[in-house]
Design a protein around this ligand. Sequence first.
Ligand SMILES: Nc1ncnc2c1ncn2[C@@H]1O[C@H](COP(=O)(O)OP(=O)(O)OP(=O)(O)O)[C@@H](O)[C@H]1O
Length: 778
Amino acid sequence: MTMALSEKGGLKRKTKPSASSIAKRVKTKHVTADDLQWKKTAKPREADLGTGLEGFLDLEEVDDVDVVYEETESGKVARFKVKGGQGQTEVEEDVSPQVKAGESSEAQVEKMDVDALPEPITFDCKTLLPSWDTFHLHPQLGRTLYAKKFTDPTPIQAQTLPLALKGKDVVGVAETGSGKTLAYGLPILHQLLTEVYSRPIPSSKVRRPVRALILAPTRELALQVSSHLNACLTPVDVEEQGTAKGEDQASNKSQSKGKGKAKAQPADEESNKPKHPPLVSVAAIVGGMSAQKQRRILSRGVDILVATPGRLWDIIQEDDELATQIENLRFLVLDEADRMIETGHYAELDNILRLTLRKSEDEVIEPENALGAEDGEPEDSKEGVRAGELQTFVFSATLSKDLQRNLKKRSRRRPRKNEKPASTLDDLLLRLDFRDPEPAVVDISPAGSVVATLTESKIECLTTDKDAYLYYFLLRYPGRTLVFLSAIDGIRRLLPLLELLGIHAFPLHSQLEQRQRLKNLDRFKSMPGAVLLATDIAARGLDIPAVDHVVHYQAPRTADAYVHRNGRTARAMRRGFSLLMCAPDERKIVRALMHSLGRHVDVDLTVAEEEEIPEMPVELYMLDKLKARLQLAREIDAVQHKVKKENHERNWLKEAAEAMEIELDSDLASDDDGAADAPSKQKRKALAAKTAALKAELKAMLAQPLVARGVSTRYITSGVHSIADDLITGEYHENMVGLKKVEAGTDLVPAKTRKQKAKAKARAKEEEQEEWGGIGSQ
Ligand SMILES: Nc1ncnc2c1ncn2[C@@H]1O[C@H](COP(=O)(O)OP(=O)(O)OP(=O)(O)O)[C@@H](O)[C@H]1O
């Protein structure tokens, strides 16, 4: 360690931890800087040639001293550990904030209060996870993948991991639910874990700089990504294979020691281990939650920050240190970039991305043919970013081919400083300052953007009948169902109806408090037959286990929205089903959707028969019965709404009168049974009675079984369709007696067959007419 003292007593320092810094701390004594054993040294010849040493009168150096930094009540102090002899000596020196702000993230990471290296983790990847062995991931990650039973990487992971791990920028496009989070998450975690395991444990008192920033469009997605990555850092005992100990835990404790097949450490032994802050920490910064708490978390130091642009920009504006850290990131990820520009946070996103641009022109690799290389492969290096430079990952299920081509072509064009804010995704992505001269684009999205395990279907119906069809669907095919509506009003209208009909439904939209949003999501996740009525805030990235069905109550406005909504089901190779409800006025939108998905569409915008989404069969007889139930539910809802409105108005009037110190008429003011209150009280009573009567009627109606036509419930072996057979085979439908219990999608009517039938019918009619005409004309 060498230090030099300037005329002002400032310090010149090197902060690389030396071997001595790992030694155990012994008795310490505080001395001043003057007490150190300084030795005069010659000024270097280049000292006055712009090397930053101008103004120094003398240079002195001292050997065998380590500098470590500690946060104290009076600010950050430098402690000088003097080695040799009987022990170590500590000297305190204030570190000016200016010095801190100017430091590189690397330098800050190295400021650690050091006692020991973390205990190493081992994992026998070759034997236990041979498919992952080629990536040489950190053993902690191997353990997690093993515990989660992720025996093989998904295709997007298999293709992007080698690229990302060797330092390339990656644009990854793959179907929904294909494991994109880990495709970018594993390389980041690998890098950070490798770093922390090769250096001493960081002090909890020093704010660690953010190394990776992951931007996500919605709060729920950001929280999910953060918890997903955190789960990868949770200690896992390999011997408890399959039990996935610690899986999905949101917090990561200090990483545990263990060898490939080591036994689980007893709990008490574990708890006796010295506690230190997580070696790699992940945190989410999202709107709708306490900003103060999030600032506190940031001040403790976060290695991987997952954020929504709005809240992050709010915090950055008040936190210069964070802004500096963002300028010196090691990893930047845009998850679902295309959605981010739709969420109304474009300006914030743009501001954040501007912080990540290169500062000096020299840093830009400007190839000669940067703009000239149209579709041809540029001739430059394909090695990725330079060591320690920012690596950028952009992932989505929907990035157009044109955009990918443009990205590749113009990746080396440095965004101009005064460029006007862009308004499209293309502009946004083209502004990203990829350090890699040629970012890798990996697009393995399926043709037509339909996930192989997804069954699509549609129902053509009137807008006014959509409630009945939805209710029919929910009863006919029970399962966890996510219903997308295009407006919050629709959710507010539908929710009480479904509740009255005995269906467990929860809302999810932007006007709910964040706490409520998360609570509803949790309830939906934990109830197998629950229904989530959501706007498109739930369309992107949410990884809810086993969503059986997705229903588009209204046709989505864009093809991307259709793909992402569908992507909430049929994830990770599971089967899924989607139903598109199409009213006559939505047909055009649906055709345009199919067109932009690249499904074959004729010139007149009619979808080719074989490409059309098959229709879901509906027992119209049942539907009529359901309409009657719905009608009653609507009446109840209307009365309840009236009662609520009246109560609200009365309360409002009372409060307003109190505030203005005015006396109200007695019938308005009184809650008592007084005579003056009689008319309004009577009205209220009448409404309550009406509600009760209607509810009783609905209850009775709901208790009546829905019986299919031609089925006898009295004699189960008789009727056109015998229920007894279904009871024996286990195909008995609990909600609709007489119908077979089948999974949604198994009884679809292919569009082709339907059209062929219609055509055959039309042809037969024509022939009939021809024959008739023939006879008549003879
Ligand atoms: N290698 C793997 N093997 C098995 N399951 C995996 C693997 N990698 C990830 N998964 C699981 O697959 C599910 C979907 O992953 P993830 O949420 O990352 O998908 P995605 O591609 O980001 O989807 P979307 O486009 O909808 O955001 C998650 O539950 C995840 O735990």
